[in-house]
Design a binder for this molecule. Structure first.
Ligand SMILES: Nc1ncnc2c1ncn2[C@@H]1O[C@H](COP(=O)(O)OP(=O)(O)OP(=O)(O)O)[C@@H](O)[C@H]1O
Ligand SMILES: [Mg+2]
Length: 453
């Protein structure tokens, strides 16, 4: 399984869409609220104006008695105080009606109970606090009507609550759906990651299991076809490298067999024997280089799968040191080891031995005698470190990244033997073990180290 990243793209996208939906819904709700409350307010204002108009008509055509009856009817019908009406004489004294404004006025006005008006009768239930009012001046007095302004607030509140509930449910549903889709996408993308990681680690036959009929499914199909082509290519390389190894090794071995007897016999003149001996050494060098190229190619093509086992690294290093110490001392170096009692690591024992040998070979071969070469194993909490430090010329920082490339030799003119493949092999071996070679300055000299689990 792949490790979880902070939030996958699908998940962020899902949450973004839900967020945008919520934002749009809140905006729509706010606009609806504004439109509705504006519309209700207009209607209420129209209503009080019509009420006052009707009363004025009654006064004009029926006389004061009819007006008073109609005002009484309004008061009786609206015991909750939702509608108010009053008739004032021209001096502003109340003649009839269920409220009295502080002073008469003409036109629209917002009145607050207690501040601008008083209610004559205590209304049933919750008394309104604000009114939209309309005043009309007639020759016989003032007609003023009003309607409970809270009605608008109550109605818009019902709208807001309805909208909030609806939106809440819709938002929760949309987030659930978005998260479901995002999880599904994540799972599919994890299958890509898992398959590609497995292929990278050498399981070339691995394919992505996804038969969806959408874009991700098509992508999986295309990646699978590409993987199949790569697998065929790798198979071809495997075949070619085996063929080449076979075809070249045999003639080299024959050549060696032909030359060797002449080196060993007294009948060959001594000078010629020396030359032939050097030719044999060169042939061995070519074979060794050839082997290294083959091994490296196979490793980098993912054709070598490490035989991972738990083993005591200290025991291995002790064995290697027994072999290396005489070689190093013959070359004029001081060779020391620093080992803990034991350190169990997981890896391919032979490949790890090869990596340590290559590093030691370099120290012995590339450092002028006498140098100090020190091989150290440090057991940590969850990993063990192998360090090979020397006091030779070191590798300049600028070259440290490229020395692990194939055939890179620094200062080949200095005369040290080698094909420039040793560190490439070390890097390939360590990469098979999910670790890497670190080169640093030993001041003076080179410090090469890597960790194993
Ligand atoms: N301990 C070291 N001190 C100084 N230079 C080094 C050291 N190790 C490696 N180098 C430099 O890095 C180059 C690459 O090393 P690498 O082991 O890849 O190749 P090589 O030793 O030249 O040949 P091969 O290992 O294939 O026989 C060497 O040629 C050398 O210039
Ligand atoms: Mg080397």
């Amino acid at each position: 399984m792949s490790e979880r990243r902070r939030l996958s793209w699908s998940m962020r996208f899902a949450l973004m869409i839900s967020g945008a939906f919520a934002g749009a819904a809140v905006l729509a709700g706010a606009i609806a609220y504004m439109l509705l409350s504006g519309e209700l307010t207009d209607r209420l204002r129209q209503d009080v104006e019509n009420m006052a108009g009707n009363l004025a008509y009654t006064l004009q055509n029926g006389g004061p008695q009819d007006l008073l009856e109609q005002i009484d009817a309004i008061s009786a019908n609206a015991r909750d105080g939702s509608a108010v009406a009053t008739f004032l004489d021209p001096q502003g004294q109340r003649i009839a009606g269920n409220f009295s404004p502080d002073h008469p006025f003409a036109g629209h006005r917002a009145l607050r109970v207690g501040r601008d008006m008083t209610l004559v009768e205590v209304p049933n239930g919750v008394a309104p606090t604000d009114y939209f009012a309309y005043g009309l001046q007639t020759p016989r007095g003032w007609i003023i009507t009003g309607r409970d302004a809270d009605w608008v607030a109550e109605n818009t509140e019902i709208l807001s609550q309805g909208t909030a509930w609806g939106l809440g449910v819709a938002l929760i549903l949309s987030i659930m759906l978005a998260v479901f889709i995002a999880r599904r996408n994540e799972t599919r993308i994890e299958r890509f990651e898992d398959a590609l990681r497995a292929v990278g680690a050498g399981a070339h036959g691995m394919r992505i299991a996804d038969d969806g009929h959408d874009d991700i499914g098509r992508l999986a199909g295309q990646v699978n076809r590409t993987l199949a082509q790569l697998e065929a290519g790798i198979d071809a390389i495997r075949q070619v490298s085996t063929d080449v190894a076979h075809d070249l090794r045999a003639p080299l071995a024959r050549l060696r067999m032909r030359l060797e007897p002449h080196v060993l016999t007294d009948r060959t003149p001594p000078a010629l024997r020396g030359d032939l001996g050097r030719a044999l050494a060169d042939l061995d060098g070519i074979s060794a280089t050839f082997d290294a190229i083959l091994r490296l190619s196979r490793m980098q093509a993912g054709l070598v799968s490490p035989r991972v086992e738990a083993f005591d690294l200290v025991a291995l290093v002790r064995d290697l040191a027994e072999m290396l110490a005489p070689t190093a001392e013959d070359a004029g170096h001081r060779f020391t080891v620093d080992l803990p009692p034991a350190a169990v690591v997981h890896g391919d024992r032979d490949l790890i031995a090869q990596a340590i040998l290559n590093l030691a070979d370099n120290a012995i071969g590339h450092c002028p005698a006498p140098s100090d070469i020190r091989l150290t194993v440090t057991a940590g909490v969850d990993r063990t470190r192998i360090t090979l430090a020397d006091t030779g010329p070191g590798i300049p920082e600028a070259d440290r990244a490229r020395v692990t490339d194939r055939f890179v030799r620094l200062n080949p003119s200095r005369g040290a033997q080698g094909a420039g493949l040793g560190l490439s092999l070390v890097a390939a071996i360590l990469s098979l073990h999910d670790t890497a070679l670190r080169l640093s300055d030993n001041s003076p000299g080179l410090r090469a180290e890597f960790d194993l689990k």
